[in-house]
Design a protein around this ligand. Structure first.
Ligand SMILES: Nc1ncnc2c1ncn2[C@@H]1O[C@H](COP(=O)(O)OP(=O)(O)OP(=O)(O)O)[C@@H](O)[C@H]1O
Ligand SMILES: [Mg+2]
Length: 444
């Protein structure tokens, strides 16, 4: 090729070749960005953003609207690939006639796969965070410009799918992150790489957002507190006799809680020189109670405990009426299972008999019984076992009357006035008992 023909060649083809090169670079940019932004660590980006990194903020905004991001990048990528291939084809047609189409297809496929796909994606995946931060501004600008087009694309896709009966409304609930996590944990458990205890704990963490304080609180009837108007030595004895470290202090009636006493503060006060139990001033060592709504979900309550560095809260309903109490330990137990310490009681009023039946006091909370014996008696309608039997039988049963529900036989052993004070529970012979129906009312 002489100098002259080379100049002519350049003048004729250089713009085309330049555009092809530019498009390959652009296509590589889009592919790499997609990989980097998808693989970037969200935790790291949030930390960086919190520390004032503006580019990390952009990355977070982009990832939050993932479909818009992917849509825009796809459009850019295709635009670049198709433009470069079209120009290459027209150049090749010039040199090789009609077989130029085949050569162009072959050459561009190889070039695009290597330089516009695999190479940038491999590069991006090797350090996605840095790559994502680097491209964030440019990609953001591009998404802003192309966003409306990708919105149009999504709309057309939905329309066409709609014709075939698939209904993807724009807010079709995708799997929530929780459901995905739970699914993954269950799957790993089934495959054997996550043991049951771990699955239960991970599941417990995920459940926190779905349970409310009222689901796990200690009901007001089981709360142990002290009366502010009692003589100090009576209060001291009450604290000594209780297994609990913190005790609500009430005045007038048990649901008028004015404070909380910590056993250690009491011990300190008593250890002061010339303080005798009888002249101790309890109100001096009571701390202000912390009231929380019964509808608080456990995740928020756990965070609130940690933030306040508190362990103990009084639960109130929407009218401010005391419903019960909840402690940090109660929430942690939802994750790790039962926690006992050297002063915790086995649940009281439950006795396992030699014949396999269980004898319970009527006042035992259903939740405690369920937890202790791994049962699933419903605790929505009634709090105590006696309450459940009364609710299901719709009467106040006589002694020795028996009922079958929820797969168990409940036999009333003792009734004092209108209260059922003791019951025997044994597995119902017929395990297929339909749950809510009261079956037998005969005497045993
Ligand atoms: N005054 C109370 N009355 C009734 N139940 C309580 C009382 N205080 C705590 N509980 C319950 O006892 C269980 C153990 O809770 P937690 O470990 O927080 O109390 P604790 O053992 O008295 O305190 P700590 O472990 O800090 O010494 C929880 O189920 C909690 O709800
Ligand atoms: Mg404890």
């Amino acid at each position: 090729m002489s100098n002259e023909t080379f100049t002519v060649f350049l003048a004729d083809y250089a713009p085309g070749i330049l555009i092809i090169l530019l498009m390959i670079v652009l296509s590589a940019f889009f592919s790499g960005s997609e990989t980097a932004l998808t693989a970037a660590s969200r935790a790291r980006m949030h930390t960086l953003e919190a520390n004032g990194d503006e580019r990390a903020g952009l990355v977070n905004r982009l990832i939050e609207r993932r479909d818009r991001l992917i849509g825009a990048l796809l459009i850019g990528n295709n635009l670049a690939n198709i433009l470069s291939s079209s120009i290459a084809t027209s150049l090749f047609l010039h040199f090789f006639g009609t077989s130029g189409v085949a050569y162009a297809t072959l050459a561009m496929t190889v070039i695009l796969v290597i330089f516009a796909e695999v190479l940038p994606k491999s590069w991006a995946i090797s350090s996605p965070d840095r790559f994502a931060l680097g491209v964030s501004r440019t990609v953001n600008l591009f998404v802003l410009v192309v966003g409306p087009v990708s919105g149009l694309v999504n709309w057309i896709v939905r329309r066409i799918l709609g014709v075939f009966g698939f209904n993807l409304s724009s807010d079709t609930p995708m799997l929530t992150a929780h459901e995905e996590l739970r699914g993954a944990v269950d799957l790993l458990h089934r495959e054997g790489s996550v043991i049951k205890a771990d699955r239960d704990r991970l599941g417990g963490v995920l459940d926190l957002g779905e349970l409310e304080v009222s689901d796990i609180m200690i009901h007001r009837t089981s709360m142990r507190g002290i009366n502010a108007d009692d003589a100090p030595e009576v209060a001291v004895r009450a604290v000594l006799e209780s297994p609990y470290t913190r005790m609500p202090v009430w005045r007038g009636s048990t649901d008028n809680i004015i404070g909380v006493v910590h056993a250690k503060d009491l011990l300190r006060a008593l250890a002061e020189p010339d303080v005798e139990p009888e002249n101790l001033d309890i109100s001096r060592i009571t701390q202000k109670p912390w009231f929380v709504p019964d509808t608080t979900n456990l995740k928020d309550q756990l965070n609130a405990f940690l933030r306040r560095k508190a362990h103990f809260a009084i639960v109130v309903d929407e009218y401010g009426e005391v419903q019960g109490l909840v402690t940090l330990e109660d929430i942690l137990e939802e994750i790790v299972g039962d926690i006992s310490d050297e002063h915790d009681l086995e649940i009281q009023g439950v006795r396992q008999e030699a014949d396999g039946s269980i004898v319970v006091d009527g006042s035992v909370p259903i939740r405690d019984l369920n937890r202790a014996l791994d049962w699933t008696l419903p605790d929505e309608e009634a709090t105590t076992v006696a309450g459940l039997v009364i609710h299901e039988s719709k009467t106040i049963p006589e002694e020795r009357q028996a009922f079958t529900f929820y797969g168990k036989r409940f036999i009333v052993m003792k009734r004092v006035k209108n209260r059922i004070t003791r019951l025997r529970i044994r597995p119902a012979d017929d395990a297929a008992t339909p749950p809510p129906l009261v079956q037998g009312e005969g005497r045993e």
